[in-house]
Design a protein around this ligand. Structure first.
Ligand SMILES: Nc1ncnc2c1ncn2[C@@H]1O[C@H](COP(=O)(O)OP(=O)(O)O)[C@@H](O)[C@H]1O
Ligand SMILES: [Mg+2]
Length: 226
């Protein structure tokens, strides 16, 4: 088994805006090793979200390869890709994206239900995940009854439900005050330490970048600095 969990080669991505092509990525190559915490930084519009989405198989590159845990993501069928995303990658977004009509516990159970984990097992696992993010006493709360920081911790628990080797986060502390943001990043760093989860995240906050073992700067769709 290789220690490289995510590799991309010469990724290009352009979007068509009316008749004009916007070049979001212009040849990005990157290798992420198991256990790394990689932070992507760069000005707004530099391609950070696009790169995360492509690494996570949410979007297809116009050109280039993406290999996740040995699998060529670009070549996969939609079904295989969904399966791969479900077990290999956990996603956390700036706006939490929790299901409003589901409790915290149920939200954490969703990815396990999709992966066919039996009800009892997933309930127990969801409880222990909520406990690990410090929310054991909020399991029956709905997202609207939780603070931003608590919702983001539920989102992290949900992202980790199927024990993915990779956690991908896009501005996950962007809507949080700095103390709460710090707490959220500390949870991510602890999961990395304890479970070896590889983390790739975007932030524009230098204080949040301190959690990274590696810092990558993106500008105008290319990596300008490591
Ligand atoms: N779906 C889209 N359609 C058209 N243009 C897009 C789309 N997504 C991103 N872009 C453009 O690609 C560039 C990079 O965007 P993005 O990856 O969101 O940057 P960042 O996350 O660094 O702010 C920007 O110029 C943006 O306007
Ligand atoms: Mg972005």
């Amino acid at each position: 088994m290789t220690d490289c969990v995510v590799r991309c080669e010469n990724i290009h991505k352009s979007f068509l805006m009316g008749k004009e092509a916007v070049q979001a990525l212009r040849g990005v190559s990157l290798e992420v090793m198991r256990g790394e915490i990689v932070c992507l930084m760069g000005p707004s519009g530099s391609g950070k979200t696009t790169l995360l989405n492509i690494l996570g198989g949410l979007e297809e590159p116009s050109r280039g390869h993406v290999i996740v845990d040995g699998e060529n993501v670009v070549a996969l069928s939609e079904d295989r890709l969904s399966e791969l995303r479900l077990v290999k990658m956990g996603f956390v977004f700036q706006n939490y994206n929790l299901l409003a009509n589901f409790t915290a516990l149920e939200n954490v159970e969703v990815p396990m239900a999709l992966a066919g984990v039996p009800r009892r097992t997933r309930r127990r696992k969801a409880e222990s995940l909520l406990e690990s993010v410090g929310l054991a006493d909020r399991a029956q709360h709905y997202p609207s009854e939780l603070s931003g920081g608590q919702q983001q911790r539920v989102a992290i628990a949900r992202a980790l439900a199927n024990d993915p080797p990779i956690l991908i986060g896009d501005e996950i502390t962007g809507d949080l005050d700095s103390v709460t943001g710090f707490e959220v990043m500390e949870i991510v760093a602890r999961l990395n330490r304890e479970q070896g989860t590889t983390v790739i995240y975007v932030t524009h906050d230098p204080r949040m970048a301190k959690f990274a073992t590696r810092l990558i700067q993106l500008r105008d769709g290319i990596i300008v600095e490591e």
